[in-house]
Design a protein around this ligand. Sequence first.
Ligand SMILES: [Zn+2]
Length: 231
Amino acid sequence: MIKIKKGHTPAPLLALQNVEGASYDDLRGSDKDEVKSALLENQGYICAYCMKPINENTMGIEHFKSQSTDPHLDLDFNNMLAVCRDQNEHCDVYRSRQLDADGKQKNFVYLPNPKSLEFARLKFNYARASFEITCSNDDNVTQELEKSENLPPRNGLLNLNCKTLTDLRRSAWSAVQRRLERRSPARLWRETPAAIRLAEDIYREYQPSGKNKAFYPVVLLNLERHFPQLK
Ligand SMILES: [Zn+2]
């Protein structure tokens, strides 16, 4: 997961906010596309939850505080995230199926909005072998990112450690690993100037930009593990 820096509320949303009785369902067509583009730009074209690449066609607009529990936030740009929608195994579609006893979509109790300062204090880790995500300074957040089965009823809303996602994280790192291995075997990376130079280049290449690389925090973290001087 990544911290999101929100831009200004797009004009079509501002307009709807001023219409009495208007709701999210009134956001349609090119107006909705404008909101989608703004969300994608804020997030560097990756899913707010799993960090897969997304675009206008593969994304959905997710309400961080669910529309069923917090309808007053359904036109609030700060409550909207661009998320992947091509898989029902994780992220938006998975969360939409996690309902409370009243049939309302569950909200996060511990995970703060990715745009908040509170979120910025969280540290996310990706395990070396399993590539599972954990929040290393808040176990409750880790539980909310995982699967809900066998967990207390309010936990587990995103299934971010499903095999599909851990495999994708592993592939993102493997691609970088192969580039480095062309310079030297992994055990010699730290003492091979050519490998160190390439690691520095890749570290720059994977920094967040207008268009973020898929799973870039996983790659940055693993580079730092092998080349601690990059930190
Ligand atoms: Zn996702």
